[in-house]
Design a protein around this ligand. Structure first.
Ligand SMILES: [Zn+2]
Length: 154
């Protein structure tokens, strides 16, 4: 983990997320935590979730979770829906999406359904594809050039 101390408050800064040393609140959600832990049990479980494909960037995950925290639950970056943390079969299950496929340092929190739809697309490619689908569903045309994908891998 890349760590540095911020000169103003002597807090630990890990990739843009400030950790209050000896604080009793979780760096992500603000709940009670052990003073020497960074996160509460709920958030630690999410940050430490095993990814079978690749070694996760825990700092990036913590940052994504913090950005998605809405006071009592995490919300999806793309849709804003309230996410489910404990049922992998729910379409709202909390997942980490690589905004650029396979780049672990830049992730957001999103619903499993949206992550499956996005697959190997970048955020911009995903948006362009959805916009073309919307055009098609509204009776218009579909610009097939959106399928010229940079990171598509099968
Ligand atoms: Zn927490």
């Amino acid at each position: 983990m890349k760590r540095e101390l911020d000169s103003v408050n002597n807090n630990l800064v890990v990739l843009g997320v400030t950790h209050m040393i000896d604080s009793n609140v979780c760096d992500i959600c603000g709940s009670d935590k052990h003073p020497y832990a960074h996160f509460c049990k709920r958030c630690k479980k999410l940050v430490d979730r095993v990814d079978i494909r690749k070694k996760a960037d825990k700092d990036a995950r913590a940052k994504a979770l913090k950005e998605a925290w809405e006071g009592e639950a995490f919300s999806c970056y793309y849709t804003g829906v309230k996410l489910v943390e404990d049922n992998p079969k729910d379409p709202r299950y909390l997942t980490f999406d690589h905004r650029t496929p396979r780049i672990e340092s830049d992730v957001v929190v999103t619903a499993a359904l949206i992550n499956d739809m996005k697959t190997d697309m970048t955020e911009d490619e995903f948006k362009a594809t959805v916009i073309q689908l919307n055009s098609r569903f509204a009776g218009g045309s579909f610009d097939g050039s959106v399928f010229d994908l940079k990171y598509w891998k099968r």
